[in-house]
Design a protein around this ligand. Structure first.
Ligand SMILES: Cc1cc2nc3c(=O)[nH]c(=O)nc-3n(C[C@H](O)[C@H](O)[C@H](O)COP(=O)(O)OP(=O)(O)OC[C@H]3O[C@@H](n4cnc5c(N)ncnc54)[C@H](O)[C@@H]3O)c2cc1C
Length: 395
């Protein structure tokens, strides 16, 4: 059985885990079937998200004791990569959700947060994030908004620069100043549970790619219980969990897009070979070159995830500065290698790849993959690593 772009429903060899294979099925049968329409109309991938809820993908990272599968970062990465092979927007929804779930798992100490985690395990809670703020660009080290504390409750209003699938999320994580008097860098993280927030769009999301994430600006207004604020500071949460979870998940999206374009290029070369049995089409040489770059991208992701899993979470992660360098480098490598693979695939497919209505079209992959370099901006990562390199003794 084959999908509309010719990729097979049978999971590829790199899909080793049960979770990855399940995600591949959802991707091939649901997300991929709606991906064209989601992109064209810039609409939320509702069908794929529903399938991610019912197939257990949304709850997969939650510990077994709380009703989830306790999936580790390698399996989560595989599931996102599998989804991205069919629909990048659906994969990005899954990736961002899993980052927020990781925050809850490692820092959600209160009963209220544990209760929410139990609900995530059932698939009934899709989590989004409101980290960016109007006026700060991609600088998440500061917040202009702050918590107002009132009788065991907190009130918050934030102008979010880009809030993916805000209108469809059941819960939203948001960083903000500890209180309205606190310094801009004195931040905490509030988890806005179901029913505690409202979102009002302040812009439109009409982008060149990743159109289904519906990440326009929003005015977020929250009234939530105080025990939904994480006890760890925002910087602790980011350093101990955020960097690793983000590295493993978002980079899986960019790799998955590259895998999709590579599969299309392969199918195109095989079709050409069938038309001239006995000769190797010239495009096969370009395909062979593309596979080398794809191999580099696969290797750098697998290597860094293995290092993350070996170090674990908590203070050890925060203290390992060479791993911090490596995780940022993963993003810088992956966003450029995956774009390289996709553009090479375009060359392999030629005009059929450039056309939007062709079976061998990679145009959506080209548009989608470029988002990786902006989310967050690669320049910020280079600047941060340049600073860090003056401090570390070895890498
Ligand atoms: C598909 C997509 C989905 C998104 N979803 C969400 C979401 O769900 N929630 C959310 O909160 N945000 C989301 N974002 C926003 C994202 O995380 C970034 O905050 C945002 O893209 C940054 O916008 P920017 O490039 O204009 O800002 P900046 O990062 O500020 O970059 C603007 C320019 O300034 C330069 N620059 C500024 N400061 C520095 C510096 N210190 N060092 C180096 N260069 C610097 C950059 O190089 C760049 O040229 C999403 C973005 C995308 C593309």
């Amino acid at each position: 059985m084959a999908t509309s772009n010719g990729t097979m429903v049978d999971a590829p060899r790199w899909c080793k885990t049960d979770l990855g294979k399940r995600a591949w099925q959802v991707g091939a049968t649901v997300a991929g079937a709606h991906a064209g329409e989601v992109d064209r109309e810039g609409r939320f991938p509702a069908e794929a998200t529903e399938a991610m809820r019912t197939s257990g993908l949304l709850g997969s990272m939650v510990p077994v004791a709380l009703g989830g599968e306790g999936a580790g970062l390698a399996a989560i990465s595989e599931s996102i990569r599998a989804m991205a092979s069919h629909c990048a927007s659906s994969a990005l929804v899954l990736a961002m959700h899993q980052i927020e779930v990781a925050y809850l798992i490692h820092h959600g100490e209160t009963d209220a947060l544990q209760d929410l985690l139990g609900r995530v395990a059932t698939g009934s809670v899709l989590m989004a994030n409101a980290n960016s703020e109007v006026g700060l660009g991609g600088d998440v080290g500061r917040s202009l908004c702050g918590l107002e504390h009132r009788d065991g409750m907190v009130h918050l209003e934030k102008d979010v620069l880009a809030l993916s699938y805000a209108a469809y999320a059941d819960a939203i994580t948001v960083n903000c100043r500890r209180d309205v008097e606190a310094a801009e860098t004195d931040q905490v993280m509030l988890i806005c549970g179901p029913g505690s927030f409202s979102v009002e769009p302040t812009g439109v999301w009409d982008t060149m790619g990743l159109r289904g994430t519906c990440s326009s600006g929003y005015r977020l207004v929250v009234d939530e219980r105080e025990d939904m604020v994480l006890t760890d500071t925002w910087s602790t949460v980011v350093n101990r969990t955020g960097l690793a979870a983000t590295a493993a998940t978002l980079n899986s999206v960019w790799l998955g897009i590259a895998e999709a374009a590579a599969a299309t290029a392969h199918a195109s070369v095989r079709a050409e070979a069938r038309r001239s049995i006995g000769t190797t089409p010239p495009s096969a040489l370009r395909l062979a070159e593309m596979l080398v770059v794809l191999g580099q991208a696969r290797a750098v992701l697998a290597d860094t995830i293995a290092h993350i899993e070996a170090v674990g979470t908590g203070a050890a992660m925060e203290d390992d500065l060479s791993l911090v360098l490596e995780m940022r480098d993963l993003k810088l490598s992956m966003t450029t290698l995956s774009a390289d693979v996709v553009l090479r695939a375009l060359t392999v497919c030629g005009l059929s790849g450039y056309k939007r209505d062709s079976k061998f079209s990679v145009e959506r992959n080209v548009r989608d993959v470029l988002g990786g370099q902006l989310m967050a901006n690669n320049n910020r990562f280079y600047v941060d690593n340049a600073q860090l390199l003056t401090m570390v003794k070895r890498f």
